[in-house]
Design a protein around this ligand. Structure first.
Ligand code: IMP
Ligand code: MG
Length: 436
């Protein structure tokens, strides 16, 4: 079965740690990324290693020694992939990574265009990670993209694309002081090819065929969605998001796996016990000022990929319900509950009010600036140690002894209409409990 780990908020819900935990199970033989690229940053902290792993492209399952697939729905910066595999080898891993030849490659002009777009879009810019993700997906859909296979096997196509982008960038390049000439582009493309050749061709193979073979044999594959539902390109918050399908259906599309009943495993939605967002765009439950700063500091809310401070806010049940709808979620994995310990009062948003209209489920695609919230107020709890949280959560949400902690979790279950199936209460992979 293909099991999915899906982001229900704005990304950074802690999917990397969850994928790592689930990958430890004997039932899982491989992990897979199906969309996005190195805009993602998945952090895994092992109890016996000081330095965390920060993965951007390689599926997090490789840390548990499982195979890692990078599907055709991804956009891949090959130099980053090479560096990441080298880093893992240096730290004693032998990552078995399979890259689909139909995945699109991020090329130097995509990165240049990303910077230019960020500036030109002004108020409408999502404040991208600058990794070339949007332009690479744009090129793919315009059919000006270069796939991994093209890069090595189709010189004529690469030249054609290169000429098009030199022409496109000419004016902007001068304006933004970015080198955009055929010679530089070709030199950079050759550099990418040389760097990647240390790995090519042994790991390039059709992921859709390989994953299907495993699923046919009844093996477990763990899909690691990147980003979150509110950054999905089809989400009402467009254009303030990323350029791929970040939800469970995107997982199947991006791997090239069909919807045979036997293949569809549970889809777990990962949600932080509060909300965070890195980059620009609407964020109805955002907390600014002192309280926001305190949560950011305690939760170490700084982007894994760019180091940017993340905006933080209250738990928003409206967006988690939207994620549940889009992905067919089985239940929630609630992360970072420990960060909220020691607060006096907490809020959960249950509805939006925009221009005198109430929105419980549908998120309108405009007017967020005037969005008011309908909220529930809850009492906080005194902070616990890792062992303390372990004891509280040992027997399930309804048996949590601390009344205020229990009420907060029960409110999340009630307002999202989803059961909490797993809880994490610390960065280390053992600060985690699972009820499934
Ligand atoms: P892009 O994906 O780099 O084009 O960025 C588009 C928007 O998505 C920006 O607001 C980014 O900050 C945000 N974003 C992209 N990837 C991630 C992620 O993995 N976690 C959180 N935010 C992300
Ligand atoms: Mg991240």
């Amino acid at each position: 079965m293909l099991t999915g780990v899906v982001g229900t908020q704005f990304g950074d819900e802690g999917k990397g740690a969850v994928v790592h935990r689930l990958s430890l199970s004997e039932d899982i033989v491989a992990g897979a990324r199906a969309q996005g690229g190195n805009n993602a940053g998945h952090t895994i902290v092992l109890p016996d290693e000081d330095e965390p792993y920060k993965l951007h492209l390689v599926p997090s399952s490789v840390i548990a020694g499982k195979k890692g697939f990078i599907g055709r729905g991804c956009v891949v910066d090959l130099e980053v992939l090479v560096q990441e595999i080298a880093m893992l080898r240096e730290r004693g891993h032998n990552p078995d990574v399979v890259l689909d030849p139909c995945a699109h490659v991020i090329l130097p002009w995509h990165k240049a265009l990303d910077t230019i777009n960020n500036k030109k879009q002004g108020n409408f810019s999502a404040g991208s990670t600058g990794r070339g993700i949007g332009p690479a997906y744009g090129a793919k859909h315009e059919r000006w993209g270069v796939r991994v296979d093209d890069l090595f096997e189709n010189k004529e196509r690469v030249q054609q694309v290169l000429d098009v982008y030199v022409e496109r960038l000419e004016k902007d390049a001068a304006l933004f002081n970015i080198p955009a000439d055929t010679k530089t582009f070709r030199k950079n493309v050759e550099k990418i090819k040389t760097s990647f050749s240390s790995l090519y061709p042994c790991i390039v193979s059709d992921v859709s065929v390989q994953v299907e073979k495993l699923l046919q044999r009844g093996e477990g594959v763990l899909g690691e969605c990147a980003q979150g539902e509110m950054l999905d390109v089809n989400n009402p918050y467009y254009p303030y998001g990323t350029s791929s399908e970040t939800n469970a259906p995107g997982l199947f599309v991006g791997l090239g796996v069909g919807l045979k009943r036997d293949y569809i495993g549970p889809m777990y939605g990962v949600a932080k016990a509060y909300t965070s967002r890195v980059g620009d765009g609407p964020f109805p439950t955002e907390i600014k000022g002192k309280l926001g700063n305190a949560i950011r500091k305690k939760g170490n809310e700084y982007g894994t990929t760019t180091g940017r401070p993340r905006r933080v806010g209250w738990f928003d049940a409206v967006i988690v319900r939207a994620a549940s709808r889009a992905s067919g979620l089985e239940g929630l994995v609630l992360t970072k509950i420990d960060v909220l310990g020691g607060m006096d009062m907490l809020e959960i948003a249950t509805e939006y009010r925009i221009a005198e209209k109430y929105f419980q489920d549908q998120i309108p695609p405009h007017d967020y600036a005037s969005c008011a919230l309908v909220t529930e107020h809850l009492f906080g709890w005194t902070p616990y140690t890792k062992e303390g949280y372990q004891r509280q959560f040992a027997n399930g949400v309804s048996h949590i002894e601390d009344t205020n902690l229990r009420k907060y979790l029960e409110a999340i279950e009630r307002t999202t209409e989803l059961p909490i199936l797993m809880i994490s209460f610390g960065a280390e992979s053992d600060a985690f409990i699972s009820y499934v």
